[in-house]
Design a protein around this ligand. Structure first.
Ligand code: COA
Length: 308
């Protein structure tokens, strides 16, 4: 069975920047509190999930030098689809002029890693190239009068092209997990707003991220010292720091963008990946540890070798 490699990447974020001071005008909060407790300084707000996903997807295809005819499947990781029906991936497929399958994956903030695993599976059974996008507009399901959630969220999208290759390829290991008995911790009912039990999620998140990342490293036959860059889900800087410490990965080998984007759910890992690439922090052959967690609860990790 063929393996996969990542060929191109791209992101899209709304133009509108909302700072902590902006939020403090209408909420009983402050820049100092938000920065200290979460690491977030500002976030981007606006657009629809399909608009952001389409833009990120287009950039990833351009960057890979591929056109619509070169893509065979669109996999969109999102927990904020434009509508209940149809899946938002269909809108993106149409906007990009792609002739192929298109569907959404909803694993909340673990969506991008889940999507990576699904895409690799498709490629292995002969799907051809997959455009994998993580896109979310959490701002659309946020009660902007609820300071427990409003300070955390942002909108954005990131995409990669997944290409089948001969041999084992670059996905060195992966795992996906869920515990639905914890679904009450983070939820949004139809027509409602996002609710989260922040304290409990914080506690659980650190544990599951560390366990799942360690599992992925062991499955790849690697140790923390072999990780060139940790690319974690960006929910709270303190969660990332606690996970780094427990995994034995220094923060200098971690990509952090939460200060600029907040929690963008399925988009946070590709946004952090793109940022590291833009800064020249990733070179071919580097081993990246991707790890995410979110509502469900779900959690997932993968070790990806960059560029073969
Ligand atoms: N601004 C100012 N004060 C706030 C506040 C805000 N936005 N939100 C809560 N507070 C107050 C509380 O009322 C409390 O006051 P008190 O001590 O007088 O009772 C105090 O700040 C501490 O609140 P607490 O809830 O204990 O803060 P925390 O350190 O747990 O931080 C979160 C709250 C939400 C930032 C943190 O729990 C978190 O990030 N959890 C994980 C959330 C997450 O990852 N979600 C996404 C999963 S994908």
């Amino acid at each position: 069975m063929p393996g996969i490699t990542v060929k191109g990447w791209g992101i899209a974020v709304p133009d509108k920047v909302v700072t902590n001071d902006d939020l403090s005008v209408s909420l009983d909060t402050s820049d100092a509190w938000i920065t200290e407790r979460t690491g977030i300084r500002e976030r981007r707000i606006g657009g629809t999930t399909s608009e952001l996903a389409t833009e990120a997807g287009r950039r990833a295809m351009d960057q890979a030098g591929l056109g619509a005819g070169d893509i065979d499947v669109v996999v969109l990781a999102t927990t904020t689809p434009d509508a209940l029906v149809p899946g938002t991936a269909a809108t993106v497929q149409d906007a990009l002029g792609i002739d192929g399958g298109a569907f959404d994956v909803n694993a909340a903030c673990s969506g991008f890693v889940y999507g990576l695993v699904v895409s690799a599976g498709l490629a292995a059974i002969g799907s051809g190239r997959v455009l994998l996008i993580g896109a979310d507009t959490l701002s659309r399901i946020t009660d902007w009068d609820d300071r427990s959630v409003a300070i955390l969220v942002g909108d954005g999208a990131g995409a990669v092209v997944i290409e089948p290759v001969e041999g084992p390829g670059d996905l060195l290991s992966w795992n996906i997990h869920a515990d639905g008995s914890l679904r009450h911790l983070l939820k949004c009912d139809h027509g409602g707003y996002l609710y989260m039990d922040g304290k409990e999620i914080f506690r659980k998140a650190v544990r599951v991220v560390v366990d799942s990342a360690a599992e992925a490293l062991a499955d790849a036959g690697l140790t923390a010292d072999d990780v060139d860059l940790l690319v974690p889900h960006q929910a709270n800087l303190r969660i990332i720091q606690a996970a780094c410490q427990r995994l034995g990965i220094p923060e200098e080998r971690t990509s952090v963008v939460i200060d600029r984007y907040g929690n963008t759910s399925s988009a946070s890992i590709p946004l952090a990946l793109d940022d590291a690439l833009q800064r020249g922090r990733i070179t071919p052959g580097d081993r990246l540890l991707l790890t995410g967690f979110g509502g469900g609860m779900t959690w997932a990790s993968a070790v990806l070798r960059w560029g073969g």
